[in-house]
Structure formats: C-alpha cells, structure tokens
Design a protein around this ligand. Structure first.
Ligand SMILES: [Zn+2]
Length: 144
C-alpha cells in the first residue's frame, strides 16, 4: 500500500521532465548569449564594420536569435539612438517576430483575425529582448 503523500511514478516522471526541460532552456539561453559574445569578438578580430542602419524602418536579426513563441526569424526597430554617435541606446529597440508581423499585416488587409497572433508576454520574451538588445548595442550603428 502506498502512503498518502508519496509521489507516484507518474509524478516523478512528470517532475523529471519539467526539470529536464528547464535545464535545456537554460543551456539554450546560455549558448545563445555566448554566441552574441563570440560574434562581437569575431567581428572585432576580423575588423568587420558595424551593421549600418539608415532610414530603414526595421531590419532582420541574425538567424541564431529566434522567436520564443514560434521559432521564426526576428526583426528589430530602433527607437532610441544617440544622435551624435549613432549607437543605439540599451533597451531602445523593439524586437518582434517577422512571421507574426506578416500574419497581422495580412489579417489587417483581409479584415480577418490573425491565425498566429503572439502575446509578447515579458515572461516569455524577456531573455530574447535582453539578447537582441545586447547584440544590437554591440553590432549596429545608425547612419546620421
Ligand atoms: Zn513568432
């Protein structure tokens, strides 16, 4: 007879899966952040210029940074840039899912509901915003 409060095999498997999923998520976030650092170092070592953004309303981010809701490509708009240096200010950018934006545009044009509207909840997007903010700060400059 199993005592009350004793976890069942199913409870233990469920718990183990939850812990494993969390560990994988942490490892994936660490790997992405390491890639941002490696990208910056490689760009400096190879003497590559910054990505220059002029009057573009938005630009695509590198493929290794992905939408946390659907895995699609990300785009960014710069909203706050130092006018003297062209360096984007930290947290002065808006990152969005290109797939989601396309869905919303199509829905607006066809007067229908978007099929894959994202929630952009901070709890889901916090790491992605931090990651893209870091990448943009180090690699993007705005032409005067
Ligand atoms: Zn998405």
């Amino acid at each position: 007879m199993i005592a009350a409060g004793t976890p069942t095999i199913d409870d233990m498997v469920f718990g183990a899966r939850q812990r494993l999923a969390r560990q994988i998520a942490i490892a994936a976030e660490n790997a992405q952040f390491d890639l941002v650092g490696a990208f910056r170092i490689a760009r400096a070592r190879l003497n590559l210029p910054h990505l220059i953004v002029g009057n573009a309303p938005w630009f695509r981010l590198p493929e290794f940074m992905r939408c946390p809701e659907c895995g699609g490509r990300l785009g960014a708009k710069l909203c706050d840039v130092d006018p003297d240096t062209g360096i984007p200010r930290r947290a002065g950018q808006c990152t969005f899912c290109i797939h989601d934006m396309a869905e919303r545009s199509l829905a607006r044009i066809t007067d229908t509901a978007p099929t894959s509207a994202h929630d952009y909840l901070p709890v889901v997007w916090r790491f992605t915003w931090w990651l893209t903010d870091e990448w943009i700060f180090h690699n993007v400059r705005v032409a005067p």
